[in-house]
Design a protein around this ligand. Sequence first.
Ligand SMILES: Cc1cc2nc3c(=O)[nH]c(=O)nc-3n(C[C@H](O)[C@H](O)[C@H](O)COP(=O)(O)OP(=O)(O)OC[C@H]3O[C@@H](n4cnc5c(N)ncnc54)[C@H](O)[C@@H]3O)c2cc1C
Length: 259
Amino acid sequence: MRTIVCVKQVPASNEVRLDEKTNTIIRDGGEAVINPFDSHALEAALALKEQLGGTVAVLSMGIPAAAEMLRQCLARGADEALLLTDRAFAGADTLATSYALFQGVEQLGDFDLLLCGKMAVDGDTAQIGPELATRLGIPHVSDVFSLECSGDSVTVQRELGGCVQTLRLPLPAVLTVTRELNVPRLPSIAGVLRSETVEIPCRSAAQIGADEAQCGLKGSPTQVVATFLPQRTREVVELTDTAALLPIIKGGAGLGTGD
Ligand SMILES: Cc1cc2nc3c(=O)[nH]c(=O)nc-3n(C[C@H](O)[C@H](O)[C@H](O)COP(=O)(O)OP(=O)(O)OC[C@H]3O[C@@H](n4cnc5c(N)ncnc54)[C@H](O)[C@@H]3O)c2cc1C
């Protein structure tokens, strides 16, 4: 059983910093972590390896610092890692991101299962998994909370509008998974020691044979034209004088309006 897991590095807090010129996320600096949903995808892959044998590869597109996140995946039990990192990948929308990851998957070779998180907590689109499946021409199911694999098929469950849908797919297939799937394990001491000696392979667009016109900002048909934080317009007025309070209540100014 060969499983590839797509893992994305995301900001550790909700305070996402945006570049005012390009309207893209500033990914350098700031604390970063593995996208929480991807941690559950990795756990599922490791559990399948324990059950059926085989290998787990982790794949990411990101800044060079994302190599440390991949190292943590190796410490948890992944066998192989690949980081796609290049200025040419910067500013990618989901189409350009799935193109680069598709090229990365091709580099990693044949696989049975490709696992992604349900969504990335910074971009939030939930499009990469389905786009990858489309590019690979294989079936996919999103929002999976339970999975069982046999030699040539996978049976999954997902919640759909209040009911549970059970589906069986032939392998290879792409699944995007939810937090309910499992509890991610911590790295073992042996795993940490082993991962520290490994050099994480980093590849540029040219090295994976990607067409630069389809990567990053150049390859992104959707572009963010403006980003802003919503202005807070609510005002807190402290009323201490009952006489002054009455006309306000009668007039309803600023009270009971939901503002
Ligand atoms: C302010 C802002 C504006 C944006 N505007 C647009 C826009 O206009 N159009 C547009 O298409 N996109 C836009 N994006 C999305 C952005 O380009 C995405 O970060 C990127 O394309 C991946 O999509 P996602 O983060 O939504 O991933 P999702 O599709 O939510 O991620 C699902 C799963 O895919 C995998 N995955 C996703 N990215 C990676 C990666 N880099 N490496 C490895 N695995 C990965 C992970 O397993 C993840 O759990 C915007 C993002 C922000 C923050």
